[in-house]
Design a protein around this ligand. Structure first.
Ligand SMILES: Nc1ncnc2c1ncn2[C@@H]1O[C@H](COP(=O)(O)OP(=O)(O)OP(=O)(O)O)[C@@H](O)[C@H]1O
Ligand SMILES: [Mg+2]
Length: 404
């Protein structure tokens, strides 16, 4: 290997380590690795032609700043190693370095790596997947077609439905299927106990997205972030929604090739501020129902693929008796069923054996489903808002659920 390649490899190694330490909250270790990154880059600059040198040295300087800032606790870094423009080491007028709250705020909010999950890993939901492709995947893939036909891509999609039925998973798959950057965050993470901080968080998230040519923003647990502005809401929550509104409206980048799409997921879509559900924002709502028999079969297949299952176990039958369970619960049933022979093997030293139907029966005997209480509660909450028509699919699914 050439020296250059070797240095390059070391640099990459340190960068990965730095990010990992950062993610794990070990700021001192992260600082050390970022400093190494800076040194490797300087080394590389030495070996590079003049026109490349400046860029490398600039980057190296950035890393030194990050390393320094992490030591002082004055800088925060996104997981991709970027310093947000207005951050960095802030100096007070007196030249003293101001101690700011560390990167805790955005830490973990932003996914550095794209999810690996694909649409094909998701059971059922065929229509939902197509909806998502139309709104989120195709506009990124075929921008010139959208332009030719004068169809405006963008806006947002609000995914809603019972817990554990694939909302978060679907958003991850949508990101993986498109070539856009994926900026994701959870409502409960972004809410800060300090007034005004959550708005800053939102601003930052949008800034990060805008630093890419194409990005998909995903807000999980959206209701906890974007509840109604009126009513019981506290003043600062109201301004949070206002911030979201203005950021979403400001996303559209006219006359550029930049493209941003927004996805949100919630169990309580009616609790999302109406203004956010108006046209141009989250004007498409998509319902993700609990799994039907075909979907259940596929979930079982996926989750039993790498497990030793007795030939006497019928997937069809398993799919039938898991009616009424959420997708996540079915995945869990598979795990628990495998735990029975595993436990015997480890604790009682019995010979290995396959998972049998009795194992599944035993797990199912004690297994409750959240859906049994979730549907009635959701219908009750929804009917109180007078928006039943808007979320009709949920009401229908609830009705069907009772029969099932
Ligand atoms: N359609 C599906 N196909 C296969 N597996 C699924 C599906 N839906 C859910 N799962 C399994 O359940 C897990 C949880 O699903 P997910 O996190 O997407 O649910 P959710 O709808 O976001 O729930 P919550 O409302 O609680 O956030 C997934 O990681 C996956 O293992
Ligand atoms: Mg979820």
């Amino acid at each position: 290997m050439e020296l250059r390649d070797a240095v390059q490899a070391e640099y990459k190694k340190s960068l990965n380590l730095a990010r990992r330490h950062y993610d794990e909250g070990s700021m001192a270790k992260a600082s050390v690795e970022y400093l190494k990154c800076a040194k490797f880059l300087e080394h590389l600059a030495d070996m590079s032609p003049r026109d490349k040198r400046k860029e490398l040295l600039d980057r190296s300087k950035k890393f030194r700043e990050i390393a320094e800032g992490l030591k002082e606790g004055t800088v925060k870094v996104y997981t991709d190693g970027m310093i947000p423009p207005e951050e960095g080491v802030k100096k007070t007028p007196g030249g003293r370095i101001e101690k700011e709250k560390t990167g805790e705020r955005v830490k973990g909010l932003i996914l550095a790596e794209k999810p690996k999950i694909r649409f094909s890993d998701i059971a059922g939901l065929a229509r939902v997947k197509e909806n998502i492709k139309e709104a989120i995947v195709y506009p990124f893939k075929y921008p010139e077609e959208y332009e030719y036909f004068g169809v405006k891509p963008g806006g947002g999609i609000l995914l809603y439905g019972p817990p554990g039925c694939g909302k978060t998973m679907l958003a991850a798959a949508a990101a993986a299927e498109s070539d856009a950057a994926f900026v994701s965050l959870k409502g409960s993470d972004i809410k800060d106990k300090y007034v005004g901080e959550s708005e800053k968080n939102i601003k930052e998230i949008f800034n990060v997205a805008r630093s890419y040519e194409k990005a998909m923003l995903f807000f999980d647990e959206f209701d906890s972030l974007a509840g109604e502005r009126s009513g019981s809401m506290e003043g600062h929550e109201r301004s949070l929604v206002s911030e979201l509104l203005s950021q979403m409206d400001g996303l559209e980048a006219k006359g550029t090739t930049k493209r941003y799409l927004v996805l949100a997921a919630t169990n309580r879509p009616w609790a999302v501020d109406v203004a956010l559900r108006r046209s141009g924002r989250f004007d498409t709502t998509v319902f993700l129902p609990h799994p039907d028999i075909e979907a259940r079969k596929k979930i079982l297949e996926i989750n039993l693929k790498n497990k030793p299952v007795s030939r006497s176990v019928s997937l069809q039958r398993l799919a039938e008796i898991t009616e009424g369970y959420a997708s996540a619960e079915i995945a869990d049933i598979c795990e628990k069923a495998a735990m029975i022979p595993l436990g015997e093997r480890i604790k009682e030293m019995t010979p290995r054996r396959e998972i049998t139907m009795e194992d599944f029966d035993q797990v199912l005997k004690g297994k409750k489903t959240v859906l049994a209480s979730w549907y009635p509660k959701a219908v009750k909450e929804l009917s109180g808002t007078g928006e039943g028509e808007m979320f009709r699919e949920l009401i229908e699914a609830a009705r069907e659920y009772k029969v099932g």
